[in-house]
Design a protein around this ligand. Structure first.
Ligand code: BES
Ligand code: MN
Ligand code: ZN
Length: 500
């Protein structure tokens, strides 16, 4: 799908389908008014007859009307005149895209930037519309022996801009939107692949292929022997029960000067989480192929950075292994030395994400990072705390937390900060090691305690932690699978960084 912008007189636009907003009131939007004039009052007639209600999300498709060049017009009901809420705009865009997909139009011109949404500009609306198209049409049928045939006529979507001056920044918004949905698609496709195929080696191969395609991207893979040499005891303790080889994947994107300190993104890449010897009950194991959504996010964000040629240096680091039980697997109460030298008493082998991340975060020191952000499906408790809306955010630098919060509000891919106070750190005290990976007796606040564990390995740089256990997959409702979050959040953060 191709997205772009266009300006010019509506009635003269040659397009497969023109989308025009209409309201419940008889008053016509500026665009509807133009079409009404060009068609000798046809729109007003439809309103009088009662065929055109203008109710939010309702629409009417009309074909081949005298007086206008477009083959079809989709009259899109926007409800009562006046501002609509952001989520209502998103729903509206989704309904519009589903309707457009049902037509035989090969291209469409959408007049949606004038729909009033509180404090949202044209760029935001264009990007949300592009994301709605992605949401409406995404399928993952790689593993169906016979893919269901799909009706897909649309090739190109254009957004109509009121005047020529707006075209330049509208174009940029379309580019950004396209880069974001491409990144989301990469993340979703990777995450949806089952764990019998998506192994740590599979992810490493993807990274190598990805780097081969892009001259600005380099990739290096560490195997278990090399991890041993680096004393990554925690990562190795998690992979101990698995037949698959662990990998530490590094992808480097150079978009800025050599000397510019990099932004490092660390993604949890557990390709399957059984819980290990602290084994999960079967219902809790469903969905654990998605325990590499953090890793998938890193791929998606790097793809968007490449697509937009962001003038930044970005390094993706992915510790990847399986968490399996078995004779060689780590036992509860084992004590292991981390790459940082700190010793950890592993009281629960199901709290494995923080272990592999800890060594990966120590490894990041060698990049002399400007900032480090880790992304992880880390705790089920994050769903209890926040439901499916914002991802959990924790940070040792308030400025960074604020920047991520703002990027969340801008992109609609939101985050909510949780505290990392000393009181919570107390819960990880161990009788026998420097600390344990979970409290010996729970204090609740599982998401925060996990964040505190990571904080013990990130003292040398500015760091933020995103717990996406509640947002990276659909948790309820008819949809199953990866959401592509938090790709929009991180791409927005990076775009903002370029403007600062
Ligand atoms: N991968 C899970 C977290 C998770 C749970 C993600 C549900 C998505 C949905 C993580 O490794 C885990 O098992 N966490 C434990 C931590 C506990 C042992 C302290 C959890 O959340 O139960
Ligand atoms: Mn686990
Ligand atoms: Zn896990």
């Amino acid at each position: 799908m191709e997205f772009n912008v266009k300006s010019g007189q509506l009635e003269k636009q040659r397009t497969g389908c023109l989308v025009i907003p209409v309201y419940e009131s008889k008053h016509l939007s500026a665009q509807a008014h133009k079409i009404n004039e060009a068609t000798q009052g046809y729109i007003a007639q439809l309103q009088r007859r009662g065929d055109l209600t203008g109710k939010q999300g309702h629409w009417l498709l009309i074909n081949h009307i005298d007086g206008i060049a477009a083959e079809r017009i989709l009259l899109l009901g926007c409800g009562k005149e006046g501002e609509i809420k952001e989520y209502q705009f998103r729903e509206l865009m989704l309904k519009m895209m589903l309707a457009l997909n049902e037509t035989a139009a090969q291209d469409a011109l959408l007049c949606i930037t004038e729909i009033p949404v509180k404090e949202r500009d044209h760029c935001w609306k264009i990007r949300q519309a592009i994301q709605a198209y992605h949401f409406a049409t995404y399928r993952f049928d790689e593993f169906k022996s016979k893919a269901e045939p799909q009706r897909r006529h649309l090739q190109r979507i254009l957004f109509h801009m009121g005047n020529r001056k707006e075209v330049t920044y509208g174009e940029r918004a379309a580019q950004e939107g396209q880069a974001i949905v491409q990144g989301m698609e990469i993340a979703k496709n990777l995450a949806n692949i089952p764990a019998n195929i998506c192994t740590p080696s599979f992810l490493a191969d993807k990274a190598k292929k990805f780097a081969k395609q892009h001259p600005k991207l380099n990739c290096a893979i560490l195997d278990e022997k090399q991890m041993q040499a680096l004393n990554m005891g925690l990562l190795l303790s998690v992979t101990a029960g698995s037949q698959s080889d662990a990998k530490l994947i590094t992808m480097e994107y150079r978009g800025a000067h050599k000397e510019t300190k990099p932004i490092v993104l660390v993604g949890k890449g557990i390709t399957f989480d059984t819980g290990g010897n602290s084994i999960k009950v079967p219902p809790h194991m469903i969905g654990m192929k998605y325990d590499m959504c953090g890793a998938a996010t890193v791929f998606g964000v790097l793809s968007a950075a490449l697509e937009l040629a962001l003038p930044l240096n970005i390094i993706g680091v992915i510790p990847s292994c399986e968490n399996m039980p078995g004779p060689d697997a780590t036992r509860p109460e084992d004590i292991v030395t981390s790459m940082s030298g700190q010793t950890v008493e592993i009281l629960n082998t199901d709290a494995e994400g923080r272990l592999i991340l800890a060594d990966a975060l120590t490894y990041c020191e060698r990049f002399h990072p400007d900032i480090v952000i880790d992304i992880a499906t880390l705790t089920g408790a994050c769903s209890l705390a926040l439901g499916p809306y914002p991802s959990g955010l924790m940070s040792n630098t308030q400025e960074l937390a604020d920047a991520l919060y703002n990027a969340g509000m801008q992109s609609g891919d939101t985050v909510w900060q949780l505290p990392l106070w000393d009181e919570y750190h107390e819960a990880l005290k161990s009788e026998f090691a420097d600390f344990s990976n979970v409290p010996i007796s729970s204090i609740g606040a599982g998401t925060i305690v996990a964040g505190c564990f990571l904080a013990k390995f990130t003292q040398k740089y500015q760091w933020a932690h995103l717990d996406v256990a509640n947002t990276a997959t659909y948790s309820s409702g008819p949809k199953r699978g990866a959401t592509g979050r938090p790709v929009p959040l991180l791409v927005q953060y990076l775009i903002n960084r370029c403007q600062a």
